[in-house]
Design a protein around this ligand. Structure first.
Ligand code: IMP
Length: 429
């Protein structure tokens, strides 16, 4: 049996939550390996809606859920989310939740800095989720982060706090903000420490053990390849590597453990926040798709930008992330349209491109080249086999498959777990 790594192949919000939940019900462990509580994964199970940001999606089905070292962890957000999900009847305990003890923490000072920078940037802002993700990763690579394991040693934290606060005080002074209130920070950490430490452990060791026992492991990516710090639409990206390769480094297993790479792809395109979006629709068609697709952010409630399917970026994402097969989601949102368009290439200053160039100005300027296909009037919602789909929807899916040079493994036809058409089972491949 293979392990499976799930990643978003667009700008996030591809519907990973449902697919991961569907796979999680057959996995023995689910691992988050990057990002933090900027992610928003919605699961609908028997009509009950679970909104997760930081917890791996396996938690709802009682599967061992692991927050790997590649995640940046806000301990207060973790507590709030655990309490919220427990309030929905899910039991969360150290047997089914483990947090890497080498995870860097997101602190209130990171959230402060995220907000201060975005406000100062004005129209040049990234449009972050405001959760402090970027500043926390900066402190991680700057070697001044406070990590989960430090919560067990708060009495000897002073030298680390000195380093961290010296850096933040200088930055805060530039924004006319008072220095960090160290005493308050330390008190807050003392208060939250016992809660987090209950779940803390070297998760690489736990994963080694479950792997040795033959467990099926599901690696749950957050955001999408186009938001990757290296491969995305820089600087309008998140601060972690969102590609499949991060599953290994962000959990403490080798690259040979990551298995089948399932790219989640929405049947159209959305993006939240600023940055280039070649196929963006600002007309009534885009508005209609956004409304039918409920395109509002799970985390921030912001309205998502909407556009036609862009085969260029998905082909690029599949190559960069070594995608074995894709799960195509939200096809039902396109039901009823007279025609549907697919972007097959870009035009830029007289040249044709079959990829998205790296430079931000070029990304902003490329013009999509479209192929137009007939739409379908029949409903695809809740279809559970390919034979249930209208002929034009099948043609659309087949054309996507050709253009992205990657097979379609699953098609999702509603938010419900079982409304899924399976062509190839990632766990059996
Ligand atoms: P940050 O991750 O909060 O720093 O935000 C950086 C960029 O990534 C912004 O454009 C956000 O809207 C985007 N982003 C972060 N997390 C998600 C997500 O889970 N889905 C979609 N976009 C996201």
């Amino acid at each position: 049996m293979a392990n499976v790594t799930v990643i978003g192949a667009q700008w996030g919000d591809e519907g990973k939550g449902k697919i991961v939940d569907w796979l999680a019900s057959r996995a023995d462990a689910v691992v988050r390996f990057q990002g933090g509580h900027n992610a928003g994964h919605t699961l609908v199970i028997d009509g009950n809606v679970f909104k997760l940001s930081l917890l791996p999606s396996g938690i709802v089905s009682g599967t061992l859920s692991i927050i790997g070292n590649g995640v940046v962890l806000d301990p207060w957000a973790l507590k709030a989310e655990v309490e919220k999900i427990e309030g929905q009847g899910v039991d969360i305990n150290p047997d089914n939740l483990a947090v890497a003890d080498n995870c860097p923490l997101i602190l209130p000072i990171h959230r402060d800095l995220d907000g201060l920078r975005e406000t100062a940037a004005g129209s040049g802002k990234i449009g972050t989720t405001g959760r402090g993700i970027g500043p926390a990763y900066e402190d991680k690579v700057g070697r001044r982060a406070i990590r989960v394991c430090d919560l067990a040693h708060l009495d000897s934290l002073e030298p680390q706090l000195d380093r961290l606060c010296a850096h933040h005080d200088a930055l805060r002074a530039g924004f006319n903000e008072p220095p960090v209130d160290r005493e308050r920070l330390l008190n807050d950490l003392r208060e939250i420490a016992p809660f987090v430490l209950k779940f803390a452990q070297p998760v690489w060791k736990r994963l080694k053990k479950v792997r040795k026992a033959g467990a099926k492991i599901l690696f749950e990516g957050a955001q999408g390849v186009l938001l990757d710090i290296d491969h995305g639409t820089y600087p309008f990206v998140t601060s972690s590597n969102t590609v499949s390769g991060t599953a290994a480094a962000g959990s403490g297993l080798g690259p040979n453990a990551t298995g089948y790479v399932l790219g989640i792809v929405k049947a159209y395109t959305t993006r939240v926040g600023s940055g280039p979006f070649p196929t963006e629709l600002t007309d009534d068609i885009g508005k209609g798709i956004g409304e039918r697709g409920h395109e509002f952010g799970t985390v921030t409630g912001r309205q998502r930008r909407v556009g036609w399917f862009d085969a260029v970026i998905v082909r690029q994402s599949c190559a960069i992330s070594g995608v074995t097969g894709i799960a195509l989601t939200k096809i039902d949102v396109l039901d009823g349209l007279d025609e549907v368009k697919i972007c097959t290439g870009y035009r830029l200053r007289g040249n044709v491109y079959d990829y998205l160039p790296s430079h931000a100005a070029d990304q902003a300027e490329v013009e999509p080249i479209y192929e137009t296909m007939d739409g379908w009037k029949e409903s695809t919602a809740e279809a559970r086999s390919f034979a249930d789909l209208p002929a034009n929807a099948v043609k659309y899916i087949q054309r996507i498959q050709e253009l992205i040079e990657t097979p379609v493994s699953l098609v999702s036809t509603s938010p419900e777990r079982d409304d899924t058409i399976l062509m190839r089972d990632p766990f059996m491949d």
